[in-house]
Design a protein around this ligand. Structure first.
Ligand code: GAL
Length: 429
């Protein structure tokens, strides 16, 4: 049977395709399930819920238009940053039960799949579509292994964004968002005196998202980047100081009542109870599309403190799994995902910018105009995200995840630094 029980149950509620076929003797399906179809395309991601699903829906709708005979099965698993989807995917890959295409971040997150031979190389697709010149070289490097390309990037997201409610700042007399974390601490006192939550957080991955951007802001891009090949010593005084700053910052958050995911973590800003949230630029879609708010009037954003001129990036990519049940359809999907039309349909809705270098600038307005310009500005320094798969492989990141949970509880910066350094030794050597 191609789908695990759970996959089928989720899939059944999420068919967005246009044609449901009856039993058709699909030779790779031994379940006797009459809904199985040789024209199916199972698309696997963690894009559900406001802010995450709108871009996906726009792109799948275009795919459905172009492929009216295909029944799209949208197997999305809720949980921001793929927290639940990645676990489910691991089980499916282990059981040789892959979807037709699945989401992975560009960078170290993809490496385990390449090494385990879970994904086909896409060199001929890149050649046929003329894609080698339309994606930035440093992005292609992150999805290349032994000279072969292994996934198709659909976007570029920015991680180092400080979102805020301008009315809350006005109300307490704060003229502008902080440009350093020290300044944030000063503002936090003012905000707390007025009964406002200075900064909101959600589950552990959002705390890791905050951590990477506090480290980036405190250490600067070079020292930050050195953390990931340990040319920066995790146990050095400057890193431990930056980790202590993270603890101080968290002390001015709603950690005790942290939201279950990134969207509800943003809600107190929208309701006027909180001032700031550090989140990737998918939040733009939550404010603008899901909540129908107006950029600059109802919500604002700037680079997170200390990261002006730096672009902490990540990229969502899609794969062709080995033994994809509907390989030809999956290739059609990848062609759309990598095309200019696909990227300019998806990204303005997703709250991201195209991974391709030839996106139509006129479509990236309001909040998106800034990352669109910054990404290609030669004076911008580009670094990679920890929480979203760019800089640490899965083995090391799993260890960082659990060390972080302890650190958030204990505030023991030296203990955390030592644990992360040790985990690097254990997993990379
Ligand atoms: C990231 C992903 C984004 C967005 C976000 C929140 O990991 O790259 O596209 O979905 O998680 O779920």
């Amino acid at each position: 049977m191609r789908f695990g029980r759970r996959g089928r149950a989720i899939a059944a509620t999420a068919v967005v395709g246009v044609l449901l076929l009856g039993a058709c003797g699909d030779d790779d399906d031994d379940s006797g399930d009459s809904a199985a179809s040789s024209n199916e395309f199972e698309f696997f991601s963690w894009w559900t819920g406001g802010g995450d699903s709108e871009g996906k829906e726009a792109l799948l709708a275009l795919f459905a238009d172009q492929n009216p005979d295909v029944e799209i099965v949208d197997s999305a698993i809720a949980g921001g940053a793929g927290t639940n989807a990645q676990a489910e995917l691991a089980n499916r890959l282990l059981a040789d039960n892959p979807p037709d295409s699945y989401q992975r971040h560009a960078g170290k997150e993809l490496v385990a799949d390449i090494e385990a031979d879970e994904v086909e190389d896409l060199d001929s697709l890149y050649d046929d579509e003329g894609w080698r010149d339309v994606f930035p070289e440093q992005l292609l490097d992150l999805i290349t292994s032994d000279g072969k390309l292994y996934s198709v990037p659909v976007n570029i997201h920015r991680s180092n964004v400080l979102w805020y409610n301008p009315a809350v700042l006005d109300e307490v007399g704060i003229a502008a968002p902080p440009t350093t974390w020290d300044e944030f601490l000063t503002q936090a006192t003012t905000l707390e005196a007025a009964g406002k939550i200075p900064l909101t957080v959600g589950p552990t991955w959002t705390q890791q998202h905050l951590l990477e951007n506090v480290l980036l802001g405190e250490l600067g891009p070079d020292v930050y980047s050195g953390l990931w090949d340990v040319s920066t010593d995790w146990e050095s005084a400057e890193v431990v100081d930056a980790l202590d700053m993270f603890t101080e910052v968290l002390g001015h958050s709603n950690l005790d009542s942290a939201a279950a995911d990134w969207q509800p973590a943003i809600d107190p800003l929208i309701e006027g109870d909180a001032a700031y949230n550090v989140m990737g630029d998918w939040a733009d879609t939550y404010f603008r599309v899901e909540k129908e708010l107006t950029w600059e009037t109802d919500y604002g954003a700037t680079t997170s403190p200390g990261t002006d001129g730096v672009f902490n990036f990540l990229s969502d990519t899609f794969t062709l799994p080995q033994d994809a049940p509907h390989r030809e359809t999956a290739i059609e999907w990848l062609k759309l995902a990598g095309s200019k039309e696909g990227q300019d349909t998806f990204n303005p809705v997703k709250g991201s910018i195209p991974a391709r270098i030839d996106g139509d600038a006129s479509l990236y307005t309001d909040y998106l105009q800034v990352p669109f310009e910054d990404w290609t500005d030669p004076s911008t320094t580009i670094v990679g995200s920890l929480a979203h798969g760019v800089v640490a492989d899965n083995a090391w990141k799993t260890e960082i995840d659990s060390a972080l949970q302890e650190f958030v509880e204990s505030g023991d910066a030296e203990g955390f630094a030592g644990a992360v350094k040790q985990a690097y030794e254990d997993t990379q050597n």
